[in-house]
Write a protein that binds this ligand. Structure first.
Ligand code: GDP
Length: 712
């Protein structure tokens, strides 16, 4: 082991344990690390993850030279990759700690999936390529991690490649990401001669053997030639940390040769607080310096006890906060962060338990569906095995089979002490596409496949067009819908024909309006009566719809409330102007009347739909269109042409910056104007510019364009 120290386990003292930890836990809370590995595509996330699983799969003793029995065929083969790596969560053991690795996808089209996983992890390893350094998409992911205050370690991979320079990447991290980053290591040798690292904390050299696939490494003294430089780097590291850490600063002033233990403790404090980013380096492909990365995860990443308690709200009262601490003895709270279709057990819901325990066979409550469900098998996935367990304890991550009505983002809790953990906010889909089965034999399969896919992925939705009866799928971009179509064929063997991708418009209202609607009919020889008064008013853009009741039970008996709510939701889904769903509307139910015999759920539902439609029609309805945040990188000489083209697409330039001889343009452009952009940009710039985009917001479309959308 590089540093012969155990991480700070004070919080795992006897007292703490008896308060927070049940007997029978596999692993103390302070010894759990829930981490994600995030990276720009191609930086080596998959290879790094594979190596982590590989090295943690064997016995490992402290302070020795490690004898591996590795053979090449243990190394996961290309076709096996998918199994472990694409699993939503994999567990491994390192230095007596349970390290749970949560998958974070790298593609920018799926940033929402990144957000979803960032929400459930306590820390992350950001992998950078030693040559390419900080790439545009790493910036996006880094900003998201900032938003969720995720503590990070950086790993600069591919140190064996020509032109890989650790300090260059650190400089870029500081400049482009404003990251408080500093190296904990110094590379020994470079490019194909990269042999290992100097550990600046313990001031030892670690040299990795190629023959044993890096399982064997030697810990030795730093060579004379490198010692002075290593000392200088260590001083820089200490100064960077002491700048933030009072305790270390005091020590440093008294004793400039700060002992390794004290330095480690300070790095841990500042990293956990999100004020420092330790940087390590190595090469996953050449099997060098992965073990120190695992050590660093254990040493510097927070345990569930080190992060703030999770805050949710009372399902009956949004305004009432409910706090759940990391403890087995608090009431249950768990969050489902991914639903996947598993070849062996069917629908598998991956959950993180924040508080309490999940036991096989137990009933848990889902506040969204207001239903209880019985927990089926509980699984934990390891590198190449799956383990069935009886129980998941607080702080742990695992998969649950057999839950039928769960979707991503749902909370599982105790029915008598319910809580809704802040739902992960998913952006509204921006692209839609009609889809139909190729043959009538495919019809049922298509429906089933779409339902399963929608349950797995909250940014994918499927609706039936009320006018044409067509099935319309909605997603985050052309690529997203293409992948869905492809998965339908590959995984569900359904042949489907898809229409052109189209913009998914929404509707909203721009002023307040009231309506009163009386529903009075005779249906099947029976009178039907209900009366509803409601008011609609605009809410802030992007906040969604909200329904409130300010009406006494004398006007609308409580048993009809749900029917009223459903009626309003029906009305909101179909919109007013062009059948696009209404959004950002506050619906306030202010009055109503009922009849003791003739009032039914149906009559209240109908009255509510009608009242909502009336009110919305007089509240200046408008069409909303998705606007994309677009980043264009172009050589300077094409700037004028590119900007002119952005303007002609109703785009607004937000920012321009020169970065290494290329101009970076940030603009907001309506999605409707982005069709064919790849081709247009290519021909404007002789193929030298590139762009990426992601949904930013919805905006009211200009009058003239609204006309043309509605008259299509
Ligand atoms: P991901 O897209 O981030 O998951 O990256 P992969 O792990 O699939 O790696 C992308 C490519 O980089 C693959 O061809 C890897 O073999 C290669 N690669 C990964 N790690 C290293 C490394 O340390 N050195 C070099 N030279 N190539 C690497």
């Amino acid at each position: 082991m590089v540093t012969v120290l155990e991480p700070d386990t004070k919080q795992n003292g006897k007292d703490a344990a008896s308060r927070t930890e049940a007997e029978g836990r596999r692993c103390a809370l302070s010894r759990i690390r829930n981490i994600g590995i995030m990276a720009h595509i191609d930086a080596g996330k998959t290879t790094v993850t594979e190596r982590i699983l590989y090295y943690s799969g064997r016995l490992y003793k402290m302070g020795e030279v490690h004898e591996g029995t590795a053979t090449m065929d243990f190394m996961p083969q290309e076709q096996e990759r998918g199994i472990t790596i694409s699993s939503a969560a994999t567990s491994c053991t390192w230095m007596n700690h349970q390290v749970n690795i949560i998958d974070t996808p790298g593609h920018v089209d799926f940033t929402i999936e990144v957000e979803r996983s960032l929400r459930v992890l306590d820390g992350a390893v950001a992998v950078f390529c030693g040559v390419a350094g900080v790439q545009p998409q790493s910036e996006t992911v880094w900003r998201q991690a900032n938003k969720y205050k995720v503590p990070r370690i950086a790993f600069v991979n591919k140190m064996d490649r020509k032109g890989a320079v650790l300090q260059n990447v650190i400089a870029q991290m500081k400049e482009r990401l404003a990251a408080p980053a500093e190296a904990l290591q110094m590379p020994i040798g470079s490019e194909e001669n990269f042999q290992g690292v100097v550990d600046l904390v313990s001031m030892k050299a670690l040299l990795f053997e190629s023959e044993s696939l890096g399982s064997r490494f030697e810990i030795s003294e730093i060579s004379d030639g490198m010692y002075a430089e290593a000392l200088a780097h260590r001083a820089r590291l200490i100064e960077a940390v002491a700048d933030k850490d009072e305790e270390l600063l005091h020590l440093y002033l008294e004793q400039p040769e700060v002992p390794a233990e004290a330095l480690m403790a300070a790095i841990r404090r500042q990293t956990v607080a999100g004020r420092f980013v330790p940087v390590l380096c190595g090469t996953a492909l050449r099997n060098k310096a992965i073990q120190p990365l695992l050590d660093a995860v254990v040493h510097y990443m927070p345990s569930p006890l080190d992060v703030p308690a999770i805050v949710g709200h009372d399902p009956k009262d949004d305004a009432k906060q409910v706090v759940r601490h990391s403890s087995d003895f608090e009431p249950l709270s768990a969050l489902a962060f991914k639903i996947s279709a598993d070849a062996y057990v069917g629908r598998l819901a991956f959950v993180r338990v924040y508080s309490g325990m999940l036991k096989k066979g137990q009933n848990v409550y889902n506040p969204r569906t207001r239903k209880r469900e019985r927990l089926g098998r509980i699984l934990r996935i390891h590198a190449n095995t799956r383990e069935e367990v009886e129980m998941l304890y607080s702080g742990e991550i695992g998969g649950i089979a057999g839950l039928k009505n769960i979707t991503t983002g749902d909370t599982l809790c105790a029915e008598n002490q319910p809580v809704v953990l802040e739902r992960i906010e998913f952006p509204e889909p921006v692209m839609s596409m009609a889809i139909e089965p190729k043959t009538s034999a495919d019809r049922e399969g298509l429906q089933q496949a779409l339902e399963t896919l929608a349950a797995e992925d909250p940014t994918f939705r499927t609706l039936i067009d009320p006018d044409t009866g067509q099935t319309i799928i909605h997603g985050m971009g052309e690529l997203h819908l293409e992948i869905i179509k492809d998965r339908m064929f590959r995984e569900y063997r359904v042949q489907a024909r898809a229409g052109r991708p189209m913009v998914a418009y929404h509707e909203t209202i721009r002023t307040t309006a009231r309506s009163e609607h009386v529903f009075q009919r005779e249906i099947g020889g029976r009178g039907q009566f209900a009366q509803i008064t409601l008011e609609v008013s605009p809410r802030a853009r992007g906040t969604g719809n909200k329904i409130e009741f300010h009406v006494s039970a004398d006007c609308i008996p409580t048993e009809f409330r749900e029917a009223v709510e459903e009626g309003i939701k029906d009305g909101l889904v179909t919109g007013i102007l062009g059948n696009y769903p209404l959004t950002d509307v506050l619906v306030n139910v202010t009055g109503g009347k009922f009849h003791p015999v003739d009032s039914t759920e149906l009559s209240f539902r109908m009255a509510s739909v009608m009242a909502l439609r009336d009110a919305s029609s007089s509240a200046m309805p408008a069409i909303l269109e998705p606007v994309m945040a677009v980043e264009i990188i172009t050589p300077e000489e094409y700037m004028g042409d590119v900007l002119g083209d952005v303007n002609s697409r109703r785009g607004r330039i937000k920012e321009m910056a020169l970065k290494e001889a290329a101009q970076i343009i940030h603009a907001e452009i309506p999605l409707a104007e982005m069709f064919g952009y790849a081709t247009a940009l290519r021909s404007l710039t002789k193929g030298r510019a590139s762009y990426s985009m992601e949904p930013e917001m919805f905006e009211v479309v200009p009058e003239a364009i609204q006309e043309s959308i509605l008259n299509r």
